[in-house]
Design a protein around this ligand. Structure first.
Ligand code: CP3
Length: 353
């Protein structure tokens, strides 16, 4: 494993550990994506899953936003669903409608019965996903220690929502399963938790310096169901990352009502969306670092509006160590690149005085 000592820029990792930093670290979810000219050029040549399966292209698109915008961390280019074929699910990504941006995931044989759950195989990353691990090594070669690399996996509920619904079609079938067949739902979450743990361990062993868990749709559940069907599994993933020795970040949306509880799951950093003021998030989660929380929609407007909103967040976050600037959710297709650059530069220029 590449040690953080080899890194020239440690401000992201320092903030994860709630250590003082020279400037606020900034990175953005989906910082490699269709809003970038350079990414669209790559996607003009290869389909999305083909891109995810090429270590060389993974390295190219992961490093591009570091070169172009000066982010303080890179995030592995991949997807939270790439392991589903190895688990037995037929995954494809549909082409986006013209002018409408990205296409969505489709699963031809979604998980509907207990037998479907039992048939799922926990993948072996080295055997089934070698291109991800080769991608991690190729990225670190390309970054040459300029910034740390964040690995990631999907949270069990969010991955299950695609596995069960068969695409981006809501949550009704999965939520119905929780009540109609709780044992089946637990068996599904157990397999997806094991799959998440082996993948994140392999990414860290290959050279990732931090790990983010994307649980984008967990805000769908109430507290009772979070406690029963989500938090125990998420705590196990946090523990696996802790044992692997790198900082862990929990990402979710629509979960502000549960922030105190989420801060106790064992993650070093909790990422929050714009539905909670950042100062309130920091007050309510004193034991962890906080990441967030600009509404990415703002960056579809002007550089001035984006910078104004970004600086208001930096100011509200306060001087205490343990804050990482990010968005509440990923950068959107159609975001002007100059707005992204303006926000990165403004966050770096910000001083809490
Ligand atoms: O953040 C990053 O830059 C790292 C790469 C990354 C992607 N997907 C690339 C991607 C990460 C961390 C993800 C996670 C992911 N994938 C999530 C959780 C985060 C979130 O946004 O809520 C989810 C729910 C998925 C599943 C997924 N992948 C969907 C629903 C879609 C299509 C619609 C969309 O949101 O873009 C994808 C495709 C996808 N994953 C693209 C990218 C850059 C667009 C593909 C393209 O080039 O056309």
């Amino acid at each position: 494993m590449r040690l953080p000592m080899d890194l020239q820029n440690t401000r992201f990792l320092d903030a994860c550990r709630r250590r003082p930093v020279d400037r606020l670290p900034v990175w953005m979810m989906r910082q490699a994506g269709r809003y970038q000219r350079s990414y669209r050029a790559v996607r003009g040549e290869v389909a999305f899953l083909e891109l995810c399966r090429s270590p060389e292209l993974i390295a190219k698109v992961t490093c591009a936003p570091i070169d172009e915008f000066g982010f303080d961390a890179a995030i592995l280019f991949s997807d939270i669903l790439v392991h589903l074929p190895a688990m037995g699910l037929q995954l494809s990504f549909e082409k986006g409608e013209k002018g409408k941006g990205d296409g969505g995931p489709k699963i031809a044989n979604p998980v509907r019965t207990r037998a479907d759950v039992d048939a799922l195989r926990v993948p072996s990353p080295e055997r089934d996903l070698p291109y991800v691990l080769d991608g991690v090594r190729a990225i670190n070669a390309g970054l040459a220690g300029r910034v740390p690399l964040i690995g990631f996996v999907g949270g069990p509920f969010t991955v299950a929502s695609y596995a069960v619904e068969g695409g981006s079609q809501g949550f009704t079938r999965l939520k119905t399963m929780l009540y109609a067949d709780p044992a089946g739902a637990h068996a599904l979450f157990e397999k997806l938790t094991q799959a998440a743990i082996v993948q994140i361990e392999a990414q860290i062993a290959a050279g990732c310096h931090a790990a983010q868990i994307f649980e984008s749709w967990l805000g769908e559940l109430d507290r009772e169901d979070l406690e029963a069907f989500a938090f125990p599994y998420l705590a196990r993933i946090a523990e696996a990352v802790r044992k692997a020795g790198v900082p862990s970040i929990f990402f979710g949306t629509g979960l502000s009502g549960h922030l105190e509880r989420i801060a106790q799951l064992g993650y070093d950093v909790v990422s929050v969306d714009w539905r909670i003021p950042i100062d309130e998030a920091r007050r309510r989660a004193p034991g962890v670092a906080v990441q967030g929380n600009l509404d990415s929609t703002v960056m579809l407007s002007t550089a001035e509006a984006s910078v104004r909103k970004a600086l208001a967040i930096c100011k509200a976050a306060g001087p205490a160590p343990g804050y990482i600037f990010n968005l509440g959710h990923g950068i959107q297709v159609g975001t002007p690149e100059e707005n992204v650059k303006a926000v990165v530069d403004a966050v770096h220029a910000f001083r809490w005085k």
